[in-house]
Design a binder for this molecule. Structure first.
Ligand code: ZN
Length: 376
């Protein structure tokens, strides 16, 4: 007998129904029309080897647009007990319109996890950070900025030389944009490593890395929102002039920025699929549009960072130009109110699991820091 379930950390699927002996149908659970693409479910086979087809439909509350724009994409599969995913052969996926069709061959008594974004689970991220702090206690420490709405620690790694320019790195505002979290784990590993570049950088900067700033959304497999139903990227919601951001976790971050302004804020989000994209690896980036910075030196430094993103990263591979942060985003408001420059990169989850994401994120980090330390 074959069954499908999604009731696990980072799981996402609803209205799961068997519609034929070898065919299932399910819907993704979205947060709003533009954030309703993610799925992650287990297909379990308790009997002899069998083939099954799974229809993945958009969330019926929101219509197909936000789902279809995520296609075509990579469908990742992993046998239970093996944390490493691999891309499912393209001919096993109909991947250009809804429903997305996935054909699986299951061995006897096999369970296969199926997803369109290789999950970076909150519990694993916590373990990875704890391990770094334990094994590299001579050069880094774990810290927390507080608890999420549901009581999960928002944990980071801190390293570098006190008094030097501080770089605050975050990911996971949109919880299932896992390549951002993978990327930040890569940066945390790199900057606490014995790679000579990293050893030298630790003398010149301070770095704080928070890989999963929306842990409740992560655990629940939510596309965009925190447990209160707020979008942490559009932190100020409908009111860019509001004194504080809407979401509890955003306020924790904002308080940290106000109290101790970093020299640079690095934020990684994710795209899905390559429908509108030109070149592999289909990444992207965002900018605030000047005039935002009151200080002209800061404005010039920000321009240098924007040039770095355009010319020295894969950000151009999506549209060839930067997207624009609106006034209600934290990136915009920290630039305007606090004079903090940001680099904002989007890693494509279709082309980035843990390795690809780490590699690209470390590259962006190194180039941005180089510019920060050398721009006049
Ligand atoms: Zn995002």
């Amino acid at each position: 007998m074959i069954s499908i379930a999604a009731d696990f950390e980072c799981g996402n699927a609803k209205h799961i129904r068997q519609i034929a002996i070898d065919r299932f149908r399910l819907e993704v659970i979205g947060d709003k029309p533009t954030y309703c693409y993610y799925f992650c479910f287990d297909v379990r086979n308790d009997g002899p080897a069998s083939a099954v087809t799974v229809e993945v439909w958009p969330d019926s509350r929101f219509g197909p647009e936000g789902f279809v724009v995520s296609l075509p994409t990579t469908v990742w599969v992993a046998s239970r007990g093996d944390g490493r995913f691999r891309p499912l052969d393209r001919e096993r996926v109909r991947n250009t319109e809804e429903p997305l069709l996935i054909r699986l061959n299951l061995k006897a008594n096999e369970t296969i996890r199926v997803t369109n974004a290789w999950p970076a689970r909150y519990s694993d991220t916590q373990d990875a950070l704890r391990r770094l702090a334990d094994e590299r206690g001579d050069r880094c420490e774990a810290f927390t900025i507080g608890e999420s709405v549901q009581g999960r620690d928002i944990t980071g790694i801190r390293t570098g030389a006190p008094g030097k320019p501080r770089i605050l790195c975050v990911a996971g505002q949109h919880a299932v944009e896992f390549s951002g979290t993978w990327g930040m784990l890569g940066i945390a590993d790199f900057i606490t490593s014995l790679v000579p570049d990293a050893v030298a950088l630790r003398e010149r900067i301070q770095v704080e890395v928070l890989p999963a700033v929306n842990p409740d959304g992560n655990a629940a497999g939510r596309n965009a929102f925190n447990a209160e139903g707020f979008d942490m990227y559009r932190s100020f919601g409908e009111d860019p002039a509001a004194e504080a951001p809407e979401a509890h976790e955003s306020r924790l971050l904002w308080d940290m920025l106000v109290k101790d302004r970093p020299a640079l804020w690095m934020n990684i989000h994710a795209f899905v699929g390559w429908r509108e994209n030109g070149e592999y690896p289909y990444d992207g980036w965002y900018e605030v549009v000047d005039p935002v910075f009151e200080n002209s030196n800061r404005a010039r430094q920000y321009q240098a960072l924007c040039d770095t993103m355009r010319l020295e990263t894969d950000g151009m591979s999506t549209h060839g130009r930067a997207n624009v942060h609106r006034e209600n985003t934290m990136c915009y408001q920290m630039a305007r109110r606090l004079g903090i420059p940001s680099v904002f990169y989007e890693l494509n989850v279709a082309t980035a699991g843990p390795h690809g994401a780490a590699k690209r994120a470390i590259h962006v980090f190194k180039r941005a820091v180089h510019t920060l330390l050398n721009s006049k």
